[in-house]
Unconditional design. Sequence first.
Length: 277
Amino acid sequence: MINLEFESTMKYALLIEYNGNGLVGWQKQDIGISVQGSLEKVAKQIFNDEFHIQGSGRTDAGVHALGQVAHIELPSNHRLTSKNPFYIISAFNALLKDTAIRVISAKPVNAEFNARFSAIKRYYKYRILCRAAPPGINKGKVWHCRKSLDLNLMQKGIKYLIGKHDFTSFRTIKCQAKSPIRTLDEVTFSTEGEEIIIRVIAQSFLHSQVRIIVGTILKIGDKTWKPKDMDIILKGKNRSLAGPTAPPDGLYLEKVDYPDDILNNNWPLIYEAELKK
């Protein structure tokens, strides 16, 4: 809905980061603070109208984002949209200052762009802290594991999931997707100090699919299960066969890819000093 004083609109893509702690997730809900609800509230304060912001994915409560993408249609004749996108970013972030939600970048896109349906790849990463002491500075940002994990076994187990499969065993019973068929493009493991970083790439995911995969692969890494058990779990098509759903703390929506002719991934890095030149 756009106020009648605005004769035309322009669609913008927004690059957003947020700390999921204390949030009910991306999607606006009746109770609790959501990312979508917070952004729409701020847009109304700035432009004095109601707006709908569509995200690339609906991250769950407690899940973080480093590169969430959303789109919004803004009045093209407003003083903010007629200038450098820096002014849009600054206006949003000024009103979001008491939250852990930030708009990092913005740019105009064509009318056909849809943050959710135009996406061709989504990149998630999961952080596991492997040590005896619980996290301090990273509390709420990692999954704490007191056991030593065998990366070699985890890599062997994950191979069974790569490709196109029925992932019924790796989705919640609340998942509303019509089909459990998904294509897992790539899963990689790396270490950074005391952390194991798992990166998962696909065009789309089922509800809690990444977290269930992580919870299952951890049980292979700690030698509770064997790598070949992953194949049995996958073919069993039963959620009760897989491991626990890993907590949201360690999960980050890292990046979203789009076709270059719709939205290339060269987001403008805008600094206030550049506007004064």
